[in-house]
Design a protein around this ligand. Structure first.
Ligand code: GLP
Length: 260
């Protein structure tokens, strides 16, 4: 597990965006795993800028998003499909037909889960999966107690997550309590995983992810078992890490190796 601690949220977004740019340069037909929430928004802005400047092209890429609210249509302004179109897809040269978000309106949600798994396999698996993290350590919508071997399926949201995400919904607006999300097992099969976290409210979740025991009570801690997981955080999200100095020392060594 590589832990990269940067000054602020902007530096985190820039670093994350560069990883995507490098990935696509190496493999133009990359399969990208994408995420929603407020954390990746600045990374998407950087990718839009890089695309417009001709530094990266998404023409051959395919994407799979982590999750969607169950019961929200793609046209609903709080659906994750809508979010992705607005925040990224409408502004880059990706073929919208190659972008996938779980279908929150599928008449048979169980089927929607296995269809999604099949589509990922058919595309050749995810090359680089972007993740945010919930304050309770959730990834995608895999809430605490989710099986570490889980696959794409329906998940009930915790009250904490419903409360955290209430800020996106208008007062008295219907807010879903169910989701359809890639499982932890699905995420673990991505070739590389990039988890971003910024702000003090994520400090406990990051400490549990990096230094806590591997436990279904902190779904992101499963990444300790991933061979190529990189955790990119700002100073505020790093405040509860016991071994912070060591992670910074490792990165210093890493930079030396890269310039040699
Ligand atoms: C939602 C999403 C997660 C995301 C989390 C944190 O619950 N399903 O994928 O990581 O929110 O969001 P934010 O980045 O806004 O803190």
């Amino acid at each position: 597990m590589r832990v990269v601690i940067l000054k602020d949220a902007q530096a985190v977004a820039h670093y994350g965006a560069q990883l995507f740019v490098k990935q696509i340069a190496q493999k133009p037909a990359s399969v990208l795993g994408l995420a929603t929430g407020s954390t990746p928004v600045n990374l998407y802005k950087e990718l839009i800028k890089a695309n417009k400047a001709g530094q990266v092209s998404f023409k051959q890429t395919t994407s799979f998003n982590l999750d969607e609210y169950l019961g929200l249509a793609a046209s609903h302004n709080q659906s994750y499909r809508y979010f992705m179109n607005e925040q990224l897809f409408n502004h880059i040269d990706i073929n919208i037909k190659n972008t996938h978000v779980p279908n929150g309106m599928h008449p048979n949600p169980k089927q929607a889960g296995s269809d999604y798994e099949q589509a990922i396999t058919h595309a050749g698996g995810i090359d680089l999966q972007l993740l945010g993290i919930g304050r309770n350590g959730h990834i995608g919508f895999n809430e605490p107690s989710s099986s570490l071997a889980s696959r794409t399926r329906v998940k009930t949201l915790t009250q904490a997550t419903i409360d955290d995400n209430a800020r996106f919904f208008a007062e008295n607006e219907y807010q879903p309590e169910l989701s359809i999300t890639m499982g932890i097992g699905t995420i673990m099969e991505s070739k590389q995983v990039l988890l971003l976290a910024t702000g003090e409210s994520k400090a406990d979740a990051i400490a549990a992810t990096v230094e806590g025991p591997i436990s279904a009570m902190c779904p992101a801690s499963a990444l300790q078992m991933h061979q190529d997981a990189i955790i990119v955080i700002d100073e505020a999200a790093a405040t509860k890490l016991t071994n912070k100095d060591f992670y910074q020392f490792i990165e210093k060594q890493q930079r030396k190796l890269e310039t040699d």
